[in-house]
Design a binder for this molecule. Structure first.
Ligand code: F6P
Length: 402
C-alpha cells in the first residue's frame, strides 16, 4: 500500500460532526477499502435521471454511488425529478443505504420527467406559456453544493441539453438510457432488453387469442422514430408482419401477407407495429404534444387506425393492443442490470479521470465512451439493410413494403 493511499477504515466515525473533513460517515466505504489519494481531487458529484423511465435506472444509480464511494471516496448528490431538481436545487446526498436493494427495482428512486428543459423551463405546468431560461439556477445549485461534476442518465433529449450545459461550464458525463435504443453513439442502451422481453411476452400471450379467434392481431410497441423495439420484439415473438418507422407501409402489402397465410391454412396473423410507423406517403399518428419538452411530440394509436383498415380490406376480424407503459415498467433483466452497472462504473471512472463532456457507450462488446455531441446528431435508426431485417425477410416476415 503506497503512502498516498488512504485507509478509510481508520476514518470511520459515528456521526457527521466526527469526520475529519466534515463528511457524513454514511458515505464511507466498508472497513479495509482503500482509494488513491491522487483521485481525491474530485470529491462531490451530482447525479440525476432524465427522460422517460427505463428498467435499469436504479441499477445505474446503485453502480454510480457504490463505485464513487467505494473506489474513489466521491460523494454523490442525487437530484430529484431530472432537470426540475437541478433548476430548483432539490435532492439529497446518497448513502450506501439509499442504494441498497435497488438493483432489481424498476423506475428510478430519484424520480424523472421528460417535459422539463432548463433552457426553456416551465415553473408551473398549468401555465406552459410562462417559460424562462433557468440555466443560471442550475449553475447556482451546482456551485452551492460544491459539485465537481455531474453524471446525467438520459436519452438523446436529456443528453443534448447536457452538452449545452457543458458549454456553460458544467462538467458532465452522460449515460445513455431508453427502451427505444435510439441513442446515437452506442450500440445499445440499457432498458431495451427488458422492454423487448416484456413486449415479447405480450406477443406470446396475444398469439393464443389470435389463433383461437382466427383474428388479425396488431401489437403496438413504443420506439418513437426508431424501430429497434418493434424489430426485435417482432422477430422474437414470431410476428408475421413487422411495421417500422424506417419502412413506410402499404395496406395492400400487409393484406397480401394475411391472405397468403389464410390460403396456407393459417387463419390468424400477428402484426407488430411500431408507434412511429406510417403509411407510404402518409404521416405518423400523434397522440399528444407537450409544450416545453425537449421532445414535444408523443406518438401512439397507429395500430387502432390500421386495424380498422385491415378489417375493412380483408373481412377478417382484427384487433389492436397498445402495450404502452408496460414496456417501461418492471425490474430490469439480468442483461440490463449488467449493462447498467458497466455504464455506471465507467461513467464514474471518466469523472475520476476528469474526462468530461463524454457519454459512456457500448461499442461492439466493449464499454467505451464518445463525445457528448454524438447523441445530438439525431436518433439512431434501423438501417434498411440491417442484418436483422434481412434475416426476417428470409423466413418470410413481411415489412409492409413488398
Ligand atoms: O422514449 C421513451 C418513450 O417511452 C417512447 O418510446 C415513447 O414514445 C415516449 O417515451 C412516451 O413518452 P411519455 O412518457 O411522455 O408518454
Amino acid at each position: 500500500m503506497s503512502a498516498a493511499t488512504l485507509v478509510f477504515a481508520k476514518n470511520v466515525r459515528t456521526s457527521r460532526t466526527q469526520t475529519r473533513d466534515g463528511r457524513n460517515p454514511a458515505f464511507l466505504p466498508p472497513a479495509g477499502v482503500t482509494h488513491s489519494a491522487a483521485m481525491k481531487r474530485i470529491q462531490r458529484i451530482g447525479l440525476f435521471t432524465g427522460g422517460g423511465d427505463a428498467p435499469g435506472l436504479n441499477a445505474v444509480i446503485r453502480g454510480v454511488v457504490k463505485s464513487a464511494l467505494h473506489t474513489h471516496g466521491i460523494e454523490v448528490y442525487g437530484f430529484t425529478d431530472a432537470f426540475r431538481g437541478l433548476v430548483l436545487g432539490q435532492g439529497h446526498w446518497l448513502t450506501w443505504n439509499d442504494v441498497s436493494d435497488i438493483l432489481t427495482l424498476g423506475g428510478t428512486i430519484l424520480g424523472t420527467t421528460n417535459r422539463d428543459n432548463p433552457f426553456d423551463f416551465v415553473d408551473d405546468h398549468r401555465h406552459p406559456e410562462k417559460r424562462r431560461n433557468a440555466t443560471r439556477d442550475v449553475l447556482t445549485h451546482y456551485r452551492r453544493l460544491k459539485l465537481d461534476a455531474l453524471i446525467a442518465v438520459g436519452g438523446d433529449g436529456t443528453l443534448q441539453c447536457c452538452h449545452k450545459l457543458a458549454a456553460l461550464g458544467l462538467r458532465i458525463v452522460g449515460v445513455p438510457k431508453t427502451i427505444d435504443n435510439d441513442v446515437r453513439g452506442t450500440d445499445l442502451t440499457f432498458g431495451f432488453n427488458t422492454a423487448v422481453t416484456t413486449a415479447t411476452e405480450a406477443v406470446d400471450k396475444i398469439h393464443t387469442t389470435a389463433f383461437s379467434h382466427h383474428r388479425v392481431m396488431l401489437i403496438e410497441v413504443m420506439g418513437r422514430t426508431a424501430g429497434w423495439l418493434a424489430l426485435q420484439t417482432g422477430i422474437a415473438g414470431g410476428g408475421d408482419v413487422i411495421l417500422l418507422p424506417e419502412i413506410p407501409y402499404r395496406l395492400d402489402a400487409i393484406c397480401a401477407v394475411i391472405n397468403q397465410r389464410a390460403r396456407r391454412g393459417k387463419h390468424f396473423t400477428i402484426i407488430v407495429v411500431s408507434e412511429g410507423a406510417r403509411p407510404h406517403g402518409g404521416t405518423v399518428v400523434v397522440r399528444d404534444r407537450i409544450a416545453g419538452s425537449p421532445e414535444p411530440i408523443r406518438l401512439g394509436g397507429v395500430s387502432t387506425v390500421l386495424a380498422k383498415q385491415i378489417e375493412q380490406a380483408t373481412g377478417i376480424e382484427t384487433r389492436s393492443t397498445i402495450l404502452g407503459y408496460l414496456q417501461r415498467g418492471g425490474g430490469p433483466t439480468p442483461y440490463d442490470r449488467f449493462l447498467a452497472t458497466q455504464f455506471a462504473t465507467h461513467a464514474v471512472e471518466l469523472v475520476a479521470q476528469r474526462k468530461f463532456d463524454r457519454m459512456v457507450a457500448l461499442r461492439g462488446n466493449k464499454i467505451a465512451d464518445v463525445p457528448l455531441t454524438v447523441p445530438g446528431r439525431g436518433p439512431r435508426l434501423v438501417p434498411h439493410n440491417s442484418p436483422a431485417i434481412q434475416m426476417a425477410r428470409r423466413i418470410g416476415t413481411g415489412f409492409g413494403d413488398e
